[in-house]
Every structure is written in C-alpha cells, then in structure tokens.
Design a protein around this ligand. Structure first.
Ligand code: 3EB
Length: 359
C-alpha cells in the first residue's frame, strides 16, 4: 500500500517545469514563489504564485519553490491578494508597487502597512487566525531614503499593521524573512493555518522583537521559528537566520565564518524545537534550505561551508540577495517535517513530460 501523501509538501523545481504541475494535478498546488532575474511573467491562472526579481548563481535556471497540500483546495482573491486554501492551510501572495501617499509615511512604510492590513483582513474573513510563515521581498533593502534605511521603514509599516489588528508584536508572531530583491515592488507570500503554532526562539540570540533601538525605531516583528502539528506530523519553519549572536552581527567581511554562524544558529533553533516537540526529531540534513548570499563572488564559499556543516541536505537553493543589515553577507532559512520533493506518484512513474513551459 502506498503511504498516505503528507498534508504539506515542498517541491523545488525549475520554472520551465511549472507546467508539469498541471499534470501533477494543479489541484494539489497550494502556492509558491519563483525567483529569476528579471522576474518571470507568470500565467499562473488562479494559483498564488509570486514572481520575484532575484539573481541566481551564474548559469542557473529560474527556480520555483512550490507548496502542495493534500487537502481539497479552493482559490480566491481578496483585494490585491491571490490565495488558495484547504481546511487547515491557506497560502496567499501579493505584489504591490510602492505608492506615494500624501502623508508623513514613506512609500515603503505605507505600502507595507497596506499589504499587512490586507493580509490580516483576509485571514480574519476566512477564519485563519495564525500566520505560520511569511516571506518579504523588496528592492534596495539597505538604501537610505526618507531619513531611514528602507528595511527600518518596512519594520514600522509591518508593526503598525499588527498593532492595528490587535495582534501581539512580541510573541505569537510569524516566522519570516525579509530580503532585498533586484527590482520591482513589494512582494509578500504567506502560509497561514487554523492549527496552533508555537513560536520557537533561539537561546543564542535576543528575540528580534526585543532588538534595541539602534537597529531601528521599531523592532522587527518575527519569531525565530514556528512549530506546528499538521496531519499528525510536527513541522518546523525556521526564519531567515543570520550571523547574529545576542543582537550583534559577528564576523564582519568573512562570508565563511558568517555562514557557519548562521548554521550554528539554525542548529540551536532545531535543538530548541526538538525540546519543545519531543518525538519530532528534526535533523539538519532532513531540512529544506534557502541560502541568500549578498555577493555573487561569495556563493562558492557559502556552498562549501553548507556542505562541510550539513553534508548533503535533502534540498538546498542558493540565491543572490541583499540581506537586511548592511554588514550581513548571508542569510539561511529552512523548514522540515513536511514532505520534500516531487509527488510519490511522479517518483514511481518517472518524471512526467511537460513540453510547454508556462513562462
Ligand atoms: C535578523 O536575525 C536577520 O525582518 O522579517 C531575519 C529574518 C531577518 C526575518 C524580518 C529579518 C527578518 O535580524 C534579519
């Protein structure tokens, strides 16, 4: 007998194979994000698929991270958000141009606040109380404008939206990442759930929501990781993780040492998750990773350190992106406990032909 499909599965595939998803049963696709430079023009129909303008390692094809869900799914729209949901999971995404408004807020701050307000409105309307994981991308993340670094403007807009919806900004906050894209507007994707989510913090790091004001007037609103039980399985979503101990950046200018520090931090989060979910037994080599490296010339060093530390993880994607502090050269996110890879049906029959690329 075939084992039951996991309720949630991550499939990493080249964008040229996106059209295969129809054969795979587009029905199982919850949503996803594609990375390429320039951004793809996706004809995704009703699927919430984000097209992010982000550089890849030299010679690599545009790549998509696609989430599949075994629940019966339905798609919808809410304002700028495209979403798809089952009984316990909802994935949504939106892309907004930075609007110039006639008020004191910077365009990025105002656009971020509007995006998060729309997300919370949708989630309240659909009865999904908890954001499990949220991915944020916008250009020139370290550039100064309106007297402030853009990442800090983003943090104000994000926190104001949490507060406007009566949401806590110090715990029960989502796992997240915030990366600099190569162009375009503000792109956000999110995975929400009706299940209970436990926030996991890293004993080696001050919680980001308690960062002191030297990093900006508002602390970033995210947890180091989120732990959830779905379909009887413990799943772990680890936020973007950098070479930060306490609240300080370590190893300025040394990408290899920064990569190792990221991985020590991820190992600490995994140990903490295993303590909070006895029986889960998350393992570093069983996680799916995305590694964001600021400078193309540092990709090889980051790859080498990953291989030294983890061996051969089940999945790893490398992308080139700016990270949210100017002195950070690399950031690594990971998730596990869900299935990783192509569907079991595809595994047993070999790869499905898919002659017509969507892009
Ligand atoms: C850090 O630990 C590095 O603002 O959502 C990592 C993950 C970082 C998420 C966010 C920022 C965010 O502060 C930066």
């Amino acid at each position: 007998m075939m084992p039951a499909e996991a309720i949630l599965r991550l499939e990493v595939l080249p964008a040229s194979r996106l059209s295969c998803l129809a054969g795979d049963g587009q029905g199982s696709v919850l949503g996803g994000a594609c990375f390429s430079h320039p951004a793809l023009t996706l004809d995704a129909g009703t699927l919430p698929l984000l097209a992010v303008d982000m550089r890849l390692p030299a010679g690599e094809e545009a790549i998509c991270e696609v989430w599949h869900c075994a629940e019966p799914l339905a798609s919808g729209r809410h304002g700028p958000i495209r979403y798809r949901q089952g009984d316990t999971l909802l994935y949504g995404c939106l892309s907004l141009d930075e609007a110039t408004l006639q008020d004191a807020r910077s365009p990025l701050q105002a656009t971020t606040e509007a995006a998060y307000l729309a997300i919370f409105e949708l989630l309240e309307a659909r009865g999904f109380h908890t954001v499990l994981r949220i991915w944020n991308y916008f250009p020139a993340i370290n550039r100064e404008s309106h007297t402030m670094e853009r990442y800090r403007q983003f943090n104000i807009g994000r926190q104001d939206a949490f507060l406007a919806h009566g949401r806590s900004v110090i715990d029960k906050v989502p796992a997240a990442c915030a990366l600099g894209s190569a162009g375009g507007g503000l792109h956000i994707a999110f995975l929400a759930t009706r299940a209970d989510v436990v926030g996991v913090e890293n004993p080696r790091q001050l919680s980001a929501y308690h960062y002191p004001s030297q990093y900006g007037p508002r602390s970033p609103t995210f947890a180091r990781a989120g732990l959830v039980k779905l379909g009887g399985r413990d799943m772990l979503f680890i936020s973007g993780t950098a070479s930060i101990v306490g609240h300080q950046t370590l190893h300025h200018g040394d990408v290899a040492a920064q990569t190792r520090e990221c991985l020590h931090n991820i190992a600490a989060i995994v140990a903490e998750a295993n303590r909070q979910a006895p029986g889960a037994e998350f393992r570093l080599d069983q996680l799916a990773y995305t590694v964001y490296v600021r400078h193309a010339e540092n990709l090889a060093a980051a790859r080498h350190e990953m291989a030294q530390f983890i061996g051969a993880p089940v999945s790893v994607v490398f992308l080139q992106a700016d990270v949210c502090r100017a002195d950070l050269l690399v950031e690594i996110e990971a998730s596990g406990g869900h299935a990783i890879g192509p569907s079991q049906a595809n595994r047993s029959t070999g790869s499905t032909p898919c002659p017509t690329p969507v892009a």
